[in-house]
Design a binder for this molecule. Sequence first.
Ligand code: ADP
Ligand code: ADP
Length: 218
Amino acid sequence: MPIFIVLLGPPGAGKGTQAQRVAKALDIPHISSGDIFRENIKKQTDLGKEANRFITKGELVPDDLTIAMIKERLSRTDCESGALLDGFPRTPAQAEALSKILSEFDGKVNAVPYINVAEHELIERLTGRWTCRAQGHVFHEKFNPPKRAGVCDFDGSELYQRDDDKVETVTRRIKVYLEQTMPLIEYYKKLGILIDINGEQTIDQVTANLLKALEKVK
Ligand code: ADP
Ligand code: ADP
């Protein structure tokens, strides 16, 4: 049976950081909706141009575009054993669409770790985040610095600060999260698959907690 995991948490909680580690440990693809949008923006596709209008304002990209993009990604053969979703779903309509898509592949959402971090800590994490141009690896200037400033430890590519990581956009993104994504916590709690994870620990401790919790699910 495939295993599908949804990582939930506010912007800056550590979803991308943890998703890369957990996906590797479980040997399933890491699917980040934000990374796919940024890839499309870089290549200046129609989807990228449309999505960018919302992303620069800290708003969500409309559900229809986002759902179609994820559906296409999940239909690729590397998802036959499952996937770790990071940044999707973000609205109740996306969550409904996801269960429908997965049921077409004889799958379902098996577990939803929710990484919880206080708001003041999120702002500090996001405004100090440095992202790798090639593959989206993330670092933090204080909490998780790269070995050489401005260079990715994993692939040697340049690190940059995302436009939407400036303080005004970060504040808007957190507000959008509270209004539109928070309801998903209740939704998955009712399904009995939400797993609370304390995100205010070191990166290694959070990974250890996630892997331990997911061991029971497999
Ligand atoms: P998200 O994908 O949820 O937005 P990221 O994984 O990109 O979050 O992490 C946001 C920023 O916080 C990055 O700069 C990352 O290096 C840093 N970070 C991630 N986890 C921790 C942690 N446990 N403690 C301190 N900083 C962290
Ligand atoms: P973070 O990791 O900091 O939470 P992401 O990289 O996941 O940020 O997302 C960056 C931006 O991309 C979001 O602010 C939003 O504009 C857009 N986006 C990403 N995923 C979704 C989604 N599932 N639905 C709508 N918009 C999304």
